[in-house]
Design a protein around this ligand. Structure first.
Ligand code: HEC
Ligand code: HEC
Length: 257
């Protein structure tokens, strides 16, 4: 017990040292990346703000899971910096909501601080990764891609067509490498397809000319990949990604980001 207490003391000292030096970095991060007020973010997410901002939960679900019917994305535990950037991009029309045509007005009606707060909140939602129910969607007659073919692209790319492995940027099973690279594993099937088609169009057409295009990816990283994908590739990677899980065999915990 005594040894345990001494150990704890040492850990406390180490932690204090770390806190002092990281406090400065913390302030800088706040300015850059938007470390927000989680509680305020929750209020916005659940209730909206006044008449102009509807509750996010209405379309993204109370647990932040999104929905295939509405083509809304899962936001739960998405990389905070990525969520914040998307809200900034919607607010400045760098990204157009080309599914329900609401996100641009919603993001504009929020203050910069509120955008930070809600990004911080959705990052805390640790809803288990479920993805889309592909069997149910197949039964409804939807055209669903082939999971194993998508897996090959996500893991290895298609070298003869210059398609890189998705996991070279999005990490194992699309669980995200943090920072600018979003989680795409466990994301909803229809949303994944929709975004890949939008990036593919964005490779040749500006979103200011055609709202269906998405071109807000830094250094055109996604457009360069998406332009190489066929409709079939898109359906296949979306099918694999939606059912893929963030944990690795033998290690049940998903990584933190
Ligand atoms: C009327 C329905 C609706 C409401 C309400 C709504 N959203 Fe959305 N949201 C969408 C749709 C649809 C998309 C996908 C847009 C697209 O594909 O172009 C989206 C996309 C997003 C994205 C991009 C996610 C990603 O993975 O790139 C973020 C972030 C987001 N919404 C946050 C919010 C927040 C925060 C609120 C509440 C303040 C909110 N949404 C309210 C429909 C809605
Ligand atoms: C060179 C790095 C890179 C590679 C390789 C890459 N991506 Fe991406 N991807 C990104 C970046 C960066 C973003 C975020 C764009 C932004 O900030 O708006 C992104 C965004 C996405 C999104 C949108 C996520 C959302 O929530 O809206 C999807 C879907 C996606 N990538 C799928 C793929 C697939 C599938 C592949 C493989 C075929 C792939 N990516 C390969 C860098 C990459």
């Amino acid at each position: 017990m005594k040894r345990f207490m001494m150990l704890m003391g040492a850990v406390a000292l180490l932690t204090m040292g770390w806190t002092a030096s990281s406090a400065v970095a913390g302030v800088q991060d706040t300015m850059k990346e938007g470390v927000g007020n989680v509680l305020n973010g929750r209020l916005i997410f659940d209730n909206g703000v006044g008449d102009d901002v509807p509750a996010c939960a209405g379309c993204h679900g109370s647990a932040g899971m999104g929905s295939d019917e509405m083509s809304t994305p899962r936001l739960a535990y998405q990389v905070q910096k990525y969520i914040w950037k998307q809200l900034e991009d919607f607010a400045s029309d760098k990204r157009m909501d080309n599914a329900m045509y609401q996100m641009n007005d919603i993001a504009k009606a929020l203050t910069e601080e509120q955008r930070r707060d809600v990004a911080a909140y959705v990052h805390t939602l640790k809803t288990p990764s479920l993805g889309s129910d592909l069997d149910a969607m197949r039964k409804d007659g939807e055209d669903i891609g082939v999971v194993y073919k998508g897996k090959i692209i996500v893991k290895f790319g298609v070298p003869e067509r210059n398609i890189p492995a998705c996991q070279s940027c999005h990490a194992f099973n699309g669980r995200s490498a943090g920072n600018m690279y979003p989680v795409i594993g466990g994301q909803n099937y229809n949303y994944l397809k929709h975004e890949l088609e939008a990036f593919r169009l964005g490779a040749t057409t500006k979103s200011s000319d055609d709202e269906a295009a998405r071109d807000n990816d830094p250094m055109a990283q996604m457009r360069k990949v998406a332009v190489l994908l066929t409709d079939e590739d898109i359906a296949n990677v979306a099918a694999f990604l939606t059912v893929s899980r963030p944990s690795t065999a033998g290690n049940p915990s998903a990584p933190r980001h």
